[in-house]
Design a protein around this ligand. Structure first.
Ligand SMILES: C[S@@+](CC[C@H](N)C(=O)[O-])C[C@H]1O[C@@H](n2cnc3c(N)ncnc32)[C@H](O)[C@@H]1O
Ligand code: SF4
Length: 430
């Protein structure tokens, strides 16, 4: 169906964020437009499981305290319905990675995760050997459960440790203790070829020596991947209304230097602002986000980004788990969607690309945004003049030995230190 055949009232509804039925919507988003995406980016799948044992006081993720047990069967049905309805938007596209995040996905039974992955495989073509990550919290599983998640098809576990210090864990309201954190990591190392640890630093009352101890313990497990986040006080959290005393900026900066030093000594490369990996263990799924790849997001409150030959679409699902289940089962999982405006695309691209140590190839900007490079040339020049970006040179062209060809750009050390300023240079003017 072309745009002209969609009734006007429905076309207006799409513009306002409501949804059309799958096939109708697919045709709607395939209509001509001013962007020119020659090829579509790699596609990932994100699945959100929104329940936790207890809400942490710093957390602004869409996570809800589990009160009367988890409605696992109904939620899985809703996820399947959500995915089925979304299929026309991704027809014929192969999925390179799956990320089951939360919330605390490890609260779900291994049998439920197995069914979820079976449904996904039945409905979507997964690339052979696709990375399938699942988040797990210490204390919510036993050794056997872990093996069962592995047997269900999970290839990579991401463990939310945050700290190995009992007092620090208590101050940030975690339900697990340091011994459970160590046990969880040891178990992941035994069961999975690749896994990630999430740590946070600049925690309430944390000293440099305490962070050093957290790092030493983490690194002793030789993790293939570490994500280390500076604790932030997010609006609408308990910590925002009752802020704890946090290390000052100078101390946090010393902490970051220590993290960079210790991880490098252990052969972990900082390939993204907060992500450190051994060779061959970078997170395919997150890399696809940062490189402005596509992702279908299913589950309560999940976000998605999908490209078409002439536009880029962003979607959000209903946020409250009960509302999401009811809406998804009625074929209406999407609560809001909009086409990314042409003027917003450069900033959206740079938001992820400039988080990467290796930056981005110039061709990738054109390919993923559908815009000519001239749309950002002035900002790129300004960022280079301020020493925030530097060129990545490729091979010299045949017949011009010695001539450097700029293939891409990456943030300088200073650019990494002033990342938000650098990213803001690509905001639309006016
Ligand atoms: C989706 S969250 C939660 C994963 C898992 N439920 C957990 O809590 O361990 C992924 C990671 O984001 C980080 N995170 C969450 N809130 C944060 C905050 N306010 N500041 C910094 N990092 C945060 C934590 O390291 C967390 O493990
Ligand atoms: S366990 Fe993780 S997702 Fe749940 S409330 Fe805590 S930080 Fe948020």
């Amino acid at each position: 169906m072309s745009r002209a055949t969609i009734p006007i009232a429905r076309a207006v509804a799409v513009a306002a964020g409501a949804t059309l039925s799958g096939a109708e919507a697919a045709n709607h988003f395939l209509r001509p437009g001013t962007l020119q995406l020659g090829v579509l980016p790699p596609l990932s799948l994100y699945v959100h499981l929104p329940w936790c044992l207890k809400k942490c006081p710093y957390c602004d993720f869409n996570s809800h305290e589990q009160r009367d047990g988890l409605p696992q069967a109904r939620y899985l049905e809703a996820l399947r319905a959500d995915l089925e309805a979304a299929l026309p938007l991704v027809w014929g596209r192969r999925v390179i990675s799956v990320f089951i995040g939360g919330g605390t996905p490890s609260l779900f039974d291994p049998a439920s995760i197995e069914r979820l992955l079976a449904d996904i495989r039945a409905l979507l073509p997964l690339q052979a050997g696709a990375e399938i990550t699942m988040e797990a919290n210490p204390g919510t599983f036993e050794r056997e459960r872990f093996r069962d998640f592995r047997a269900a098809g999970v290839t990579r576990l991401s463990i939310g440790v945050q700290s190995f210090d009992d007092a620090a864990l208590q101050r940030i309201g975690r339900v697990h203790d340091a011994a459970q954190a160590r046990a969880a990591v040891a178990c992941a190392a035994e069961t999975f070829e690749t896994f990630n640890l999430d740590l946070m630093y600049a925690l309430p009352g944390q000293s440099l020596a305490e962070l050093q101890s957290d790092l030493d313990i983490a690194l002793a497990f030789s993790p293939p991947h570490l994500s280390i986040y500076h604790l932030t006080l997010e609006p609408n959290t308990l910590f925002a209304s009752q802020p704890p005393v946090l290390p000052d900026d100078d101390c946090a900066s010393d902490m970051l230097d220590l993290i960079a030093e210790r991880t490098a000594e252990h052969g972990l490369q900082r390939y993204e602002v907060s992500a450190f990996a051994r060779p061959g263990h970078r997170c395919t799924h997150n890399l696809n986000y940062w490189q402005f790849g596509d992702y279908l997001g299913i589950g309560a409150g999940a976000h998605g980004k999908l490209s078409f030959p002439h536009r880029v679409l962003r979607q959000v699902r209903w946020r409250e788990p009960a509302a999401y289940m009811a809406q998804a089962l009625a074929g209406q999982a999407v609560s809001n969607q909009h086409e990314v405006a042409r003027r917003d695309l450069p900033f959206e691209f740079m938001l992820g690309a400039l988080r990467l140590r290796e930056g981005f190839e110039l061709g990738r900007f054109r390919e993923r945004t559908g815009l000519p490079l001239s749309s950002v040339q002035a900002a790129l020049d300004r960022a280079q003049a301020r020493g925030l970006l530097e060129p990545i040179s490729g091979a010299a062209p045949v017949g011009a030995p010695g001539a450097a060809v700029v293939d891409g750009l990456r943030p300088t050390v200073r650019g990494f230190d002033f990342l938000s300023d650098l990213q803001a240079m690509f905001l639309p003017e006016g």
